[in-house]
Design a protein around this ligand. Sequence first.
Ligand code: 5GP
Length: 207
Amino acid sequence: MILTITKLDKIMKKGKMIILSGPSGSGKTTISHCLLSKFPELEFSVSCTTRSIRHNEIHGKDYYFLSINSFFSKIKKYQFAEWEEVYPNLFYGTLKKEIFKIWKSNKHILFDIDVKGGLNLKKKYPNNSLSIFIMVNSINILKKRLVIRDHKNCEDCENNEKNINYRLNKAEEENSYAKLFDIVLLNIDLSQTKKKVIQIVSSFIYG
Ligand code: 5GP
């Protein structure tokens, strides 16, 4: 779902946005950490989510962890630039004020968001956004990554497995949207992918 961002339009001429999307487990979070350490002029857009916090996450740094009521109250008040029900009953969204805050501080924005959210932002900001789709060519590799990550983060194994299977099914659907992104990168070797993304982002920011 896209919402209008009128105030932001005035300052968006200078600010750029880099949208990293791809299936859960594709490596986009690792890549986004790499970009943030490489480019001081980039700032991560912290999203809101209604999912529960993982053991290594910090409220306000990784996400703003909200109750469903609080998330829906923000929807009603038109506070989101975009939001999606990324998984059943799990909502994620980008606050307009997060975008506003980053551009106001003269930085460019880095998003790590789902495919539909990414495409919505790209549609909204066609001239100053760069959308990058991180793809994994094997569902087995994706499964391995998700199992390792979720095993570390949750004690509820049954729910974990359901969750992983859902994410894998969703990954197949998400891959079909890849062609709508500005750039598609097949993440076979993470260090090679990082190098390519750094080059691409560098020419987008400085070029
Ligand atoms: P996770 O729960 O694994 O952190 O994230 C699940 C998915 O939600 C990932 O694909 C992530 O990129 C996406 N996501 C995170 N923040 C947002 C957001 O603000 N909007 C949308 N549409 N997706 C998001």
